[in-house]
Design a protein around this ligand. Structure first.
Ligand code: LIP
Length: 285
């Protein structure tokens, strides 16, 4: 059967690479920084410009497709995944890194049909690392096959997490309590890089053994999610249950054993699903 989505994936890769060039060029200039839901939830004109560029380039070829974009949702668009072919886009994953010129910034583009992700693309533009995966066809970094570490022992694991833009004292207390419990297992260590998409790709590449985060969004992890599963990893909710990209909770791990060990030691704070927050970003509350 002709691979009907391959053309979409090839277009997505080309668009991601071009978007990465725009981001890297913009890194040389001072950015006008705006705030979204908190004093640490940043957005720049580059985020908005790159998302518009990605969406218009795709619409030119596929005008009937749907879109979920971080900055479109922030401007009030609905964040609802339908059966229609849908592109899920984070134009600049790691915006705070971008503003500070911390060298981990990624373009994240996923494509879903009937609510199933067909492919994911994460382009870490400063590193020139193109992570890709097609459903059932493996995961790759610049064309080289990716495999998770396969680590099954949490006490031998390097774990990645992020605090995100939350500064609510109760949320921060939960974050640090979770981290303390994991460190006391003990795990080998933790890292926080500031871009969820790249964090998950580190697990896919076998460079870390687990990543967990509460409070991120579907656009942060839709693409990296298929990259880590196609690399042999597992995705789950932070309670160990089935992963749902709209529920804003994720564990990505080298093995089910490590993922479940993380789930056993952490608890989530309540946060509304992406598809229930219609327009919440628009007015920041
Ligand atoms: C970012 C995530 C990161 C998180 C940041 C932010 P953005 O996404 O990728 O993991 O720590 O707070 O949410 O907003 O840069 O696309």
């Amino acid at each position: 059967m002709a691979d009907s989505w391959q053309e979409c994936m090839e277009l997505g890769i080309s668009i991601a690479r071009n978007a990465g060039k725009v981001i890297c060029k913009a890194l040389q200039n001072e950015q006008s920084v705006m705030l979204k839901t908190s004093p640490a939830d940043l957005v720049t004109e580059t985020d908005q410009k790159v998302e518009k560029m990605i969406i218009s380039a795709i619409k030119e070829k596929f005008p009937t497709h749907s879109f979920i974009g971080e900055e479109s949702v922030a401007a009030g668009a609905q964040c609802v995944l339908t059966d229609n072919p849908t592109w899920i886009i984070d134009p600049v994953d790691g915006t705070t890194n971008f503003v500070h010129r911390f060298p981990f910034v990624a373009v994240s583009i996923a494509f879903a049909v009937n609510k199933v992700t067909e492919f994911g693309i994460v382009y870490s533009c400063k590193e020139d690392k193109m992570y890709t995966a097609r459903k059932g066809k493996g995961a790759f970094l610049n064309g080289v096959k990716l495999n998770v570490s396969g680590q099954t022992d949490i006490t031998k694991s390097l774990v990645i997490t992020e605090v995100g833009p939350e500064r609510d004292p109760k949320i921060l207390k939960t974050f640090f309590t979770n981290l303390e419990k994991l460190l006391n297992i003990p795990i080998h260590g933790f890292r926080a890089v500031g871009t969820a998409a790249t964090d998950v790709c580190f697990v896919a590449a076998g460079e870390a053994d687990a990543y967990y985060h509460i409070g991120l969004h579907c656009w942060d992890i839709a693409a990296a999610g298929i990259i880590v599963t196609e690399a042999g990893g597992v995705l789950m909710d932070t309670d160990g249950g089935p992963f749902d990209m709209m529920c804003r909770r994720i564990i990505a791990a080298s093995s089910r054993a490590v993922g479940e060990a993380v789930a056993k030691h952490i608890r989530a704070f309540p946060c509304a699903r992406d598809d229930e927050q219609i327009g919440v970003h628009a007015n920041g509350n």
